[in-house]
Ligand binder design. Structure first.
Ligand code: SF4
Length: 356
């Protein structure tokens, strides 16, 4: 059986013509999926019954099931989805005023090895398919009231999105398409540790997605320790690729900086970071770290955080401290999956997030 959400609109139209049907039927199916959030072909009542049966014989709509569903008091909801092969991924719905933001995963695990991250602790297992990425969006949309709509997508869950562009880009096209979720590309954020060739591909393809680069350190020596993949790249290469994206897209860049107590939160770090960012049209998101069980990293003190942000602000950097959402439900990437795996293995200590 094929995964319906893995099919392009062209492939779906071809299926209908191959079954002696008119192409517009594909549009009807897409409307049922993305507008009316149907989960079965039976619900698609403007399709003739034999056609619904033929679709059900060839396709499944959802290839995953909800293994765990958690709610936080602030309206955040988190799903742990079990994929067809038994692997588990996480996705989150964040309600904030009128915004309905979803955070989605692109890989099972992650190969980037950021030392403070729950997702990367066990390495990468595999890339997600386009259908598995779209499915997270639909599963989260189905948590909303019928008259409520998703407004923003951040690709900031498990995995390095730019390491799986082949599956991600078609999924984001569906998110942005009027026949898909209809979310403006300008409300879609791709978060990356910074892979210059992949950033250059986004630039060359003239995408309008918002790019968020996770720096986490203001110099290569420290970044090599915190984000090991940096050893093969280097901050200047990443900044240069990000600048090219900015020049081509006109989209202001965001830089992410997880603030680790006593490690990258010193005034000297703030000054180095200011020197890197002050001439750039960029927003800096500072994310105070939340400890992960078994890892030696600490939350920064409030005084250190204030000193850090003040130095940057004084230097002219646009800084924002990002509040964590859904802490009580392990809302950071990789965290719920890992805490459940640990529970199953009899490890009782709670796992907490690496980023907001
Ligand atoms: S922080 Fe992101 S890029 Fe780094 S290991 Fe975790 S999921 Fe991968």
């Amino acid at each position: 059986m094929l995964h319906l959400l893995d099919q392009s609109a062209d492939a779906l139209r071809a299926w209908f013509t191959g079954h002696g049907e008119r192409e517009y039927r594909a549009g009807q199916v897409l409307k049922w999926l993305f507008e009316k959030r149907a989960s079965t072909f039976e619900e698609m009542t403007d399709l003739p019954k034999p056609l619904r049966d033929a679709l059900a014989a060839d396709f499944r709509i959802f290839a995953s099931s909800i293994a765990t569903h958690r709610h936080a008091a602030d309206g955040t909801e988190k799903l742990l989805l079990e994929l067809a092969d038994g692997h588990r991924i996480e996705c989150v719905l964040i309600r904030e005023h009128a915004r309905r933001t979803i955070c989605i995963s692109t890989q099972v695990g992650c190969a980037m090895g950021c030392v403070f991250c729950a997702s990367g602790l066990d390495g990468v297992v595999r890339n997600l398919t386009t259908g598995e990425i779209v499915e997270q969006m639909l599963q989260l949309a189905r948590l909303l009231d019928a008259d409520d709509r998703l407004s923003n997508v951040v690709v900031m869950g498990m995995g390095e999105p730019l390491a799986n562009l082949a599956a991600l880009l078609p999924a984001l096209e569906i998110a942005a398409s009027p026949t898909g979720l209809g979310i403006s590309p300008r409300r879609i954020t791709i978060s990356t540790v910074g892979l210059p060739p992949a950033i250059d591909r986004l630039t060359a393809d003239k995408h309008q997605y918002h790019l968020a680069v996770s720096l986490h350190a203001p110099n290569d020596a420290l970044r090599n320790q915190l984000v090991p993949v940096n050893k093969n790249i280097g901050i200047q290469e990443i900044l240069a690729a990000a600048d090219r994206y900015f020049e081509a897209s006109g989209r202001r860049l965001t830089f992410e900086y997880v603030l680790l107590g006593g490690l990258n939160d010193q005034p000297s770090h703030a000054r180095q970071l200011a020197a890197l960012l002050k001439e750039r049209a960029a927003l800096l998101n500072v994310i105070p770290y939340n400890p992960v069980a078994g890892l030696p990293y600490q939350t920064p003190s409030e005084a250190a955080r204030e000193r850090f942000t003040e130095i940057l602000t004084r230097a002219g950097v646009n800084v924002q401290v990002r509040l964590r959402k859904g802490d009580k439900i392990d809302a950071a990437c990789g965290q719920l999956r890992r805490s459940l795996v640990q529970q199953a293995a009899g490890v009782s200590q709670p796992v907490t997030p690496h980023r907001a």
